[in-house]
Design a protein around this ligand. Structure first.
Ligand code: GRG
Length: 303
C-alpha cells in the first residue's frame, strides 16, 4: 500500500503551482486578443479565466492523465476546456439573478468589472469554446476518444450535472433540504465536473473500466468533501484568504452541511469522505500518491 504524503507536501505544492502556470499559458494561447470590434468579449473571457483560481480541476485532469502516460499537451487542452466551463459557471453564478456576488477570487466579479450582458456572453462563449477545444484533433488523434470526452463533458456540465445542481441550489434557497438532498445537489453541481476531470485522464489514456471507475469514485467523494469544506469556510473562513464574503449561505437561507449537521459533524464527514476517496485509489501504485495528497489538502484548504 503506497504511503500517503502530507497534505502540504512540497511535491503537491509544486505540482499545483506547475499546473497553475501551465494552464495559464495554455488559456492565454487559446484566447488571443485581437483588433476586431468585438474584442471586448475576449477581454472579458480572459478576465474570467486568467485572474486567479486554484486550478484544481486542471490539476486533476493532468495528474490523472499522468497515471496513463498521456502526452501532457493533450491533457492540458482538456484541462483548459474544463476550466473554461468552470469559469463560465462562476461568472453566471455571480450574476444578480443568481448569487449576486460583487467579488470573485478577491477581485470584482465579471459583471461588476464589465456589465451583465458582457458577463452572460463571455460565459456562453467559454462554454462553447470548451467543446470546440475538445473536438479538435490536437486533443486526441482518435475521434472516438474525442467523442467520449465530448459526451462525458456535456453530461457533467448539463441538466443532470452542474446546471441541474445549480437549479437545485436555487430551489434550496426557498425550501429546506436534508443531508441526502444536499449531497445529491453537490454531487451534481460540483462532483460531476470533478469526476469528468479525473475520468478524462483515463479516457485520454485508454484506461480499463476498473481504473476509470476508481478515478470517478475518488472524484465524487473528493468533490463532496470539497463542498463540505466550502460550507465550513463560509462560516469560519477568512475573506482575505477565501476571496469572498463570509456568511453568504446563511444570508441566502441555504441548507448546508454546516446548518444541517453542525460544524463539528460536518468536519467529521469531510474527513470520512477524504478517507473514502483515498481508498478508491488502491488500484493504483505510488504514482497516484499526488492524488492521495491532494485529497488530504482538501481538508486543510483555507481558500
Ligand atoms: C451558473 C450554470 C451555473 C452553475 C454554477 C460552480 C457553480 C455552479 C457555482 C459556484 C458556487 C459554488 C460555491 C459552487 C460550489 C463549488 C465551488 C466551491 C466552486 C468554486 O470552485 P473553486 O474553489 O474556485 O475551485 P476557484 O476560484 O479556485 O477556481
Amino acid at each position: 500500500m503506497p504511503s500517503p504524503r502530507a497534505a502540504s507536501s512540497p511535491e503537491l505544492q509544486e505540482a499545483l503551482a506547475e499546473t497553475a502556470s501551465g494552464i495559464k499559458t495554455t488559456i492565454e494561447t487559446m484566447l488571443p486578443l485581437n483588433d476586431t470590434p468585438e474584442n471586448k468579449l475576449v477581454e472579458a473571457m480572459r478576465y474570467a479565466t486568467l485572474e486567479g483560481g486554484k486550478r484544481i480541476r486542471p490539476f486533476l485532469v493532468i495528474e490523472s492523465a499522468k497515471l496513463f502516460g498521456v502526452d501532457v499537451m493533450r491533457a492540458k487542452r482538456v484541462a483548459a476546456a474544463l476550466e473554461f466551463i468552470h469559469c463560465y459557471s462562476l461568472a453566471h453564478d455571480d450574476l444578480p439573478a443568481m448569487d449576486d456576488a460583487d467579488l470573485r477570487r478577491g477581485i470584482p466579479s465579471l459583471h461588476k468589472k464589465y456589465d451583465e450582458a458582457t458577463a452572460i456572453l463571455a460565459g456562453d462563449a467559454l462554454l462553447t469554446l470548451a467543446f470546440e477545444v475538445i473536438a479538435e484533433p490536437e486533443t486526441a488523434v482518435d475521434p472516438y476518444v474525442r467523442c467520449e470526452l465530448t459526451t462525458l463533458l456535456a453530461k457533467a456540465a448539463g441538466m443532470h450535472g452542474m446546471v441541474g445542481g445549480q437549479m437545485l441550489d436555487l430551489i434550496g434557497e426557498k425550501e429546506s433540504f436534508d443531508v441526502g438532498q444536499i449531497s445529491r445537489l453537490h454531487r451534481m453541481k460540483t462532483g460531476m465536473l470533478m469526476a469528468f476531470a479525473c475520468e478524462a485522464g483515463a479516457v485520454l489514456g485508454r484506461a480499463d473500466e476498473t481504473r476509470k471507475k476508481a478515478l470517478r469514485n475518488y472524484a465524487f467523494d473528493l468533490g463532496l468533501a470539497f463542498q463540505v469544506t466550502d460550507d465550513i469556510l463560509d462560516v469560519e473562513g477568512d475573506p482575505k484568504e477565501t476571496g469572498k464574503s463570509k456568511g453568504k449561505d446563511e444570508a441566502a437561507g441555504k441548507s448546508t452541511f454546516v446548518t444541517t449537521l453542525g460544524a463539528e459533524q460536518a468536519k467529521m464527514r469531510a474527513e470520512m469522505l477524504v478517507a473514502q476517496a483515498v481508498r478508491h485509489l488502491h488500484v493504483f501504485d505510488n504514482r497516484a500518491d499526488i492524488l492521495r495528497a491532494f485529497a488530504r489538502y482538501v481538508l486543510e484548504r483555507r481558500a
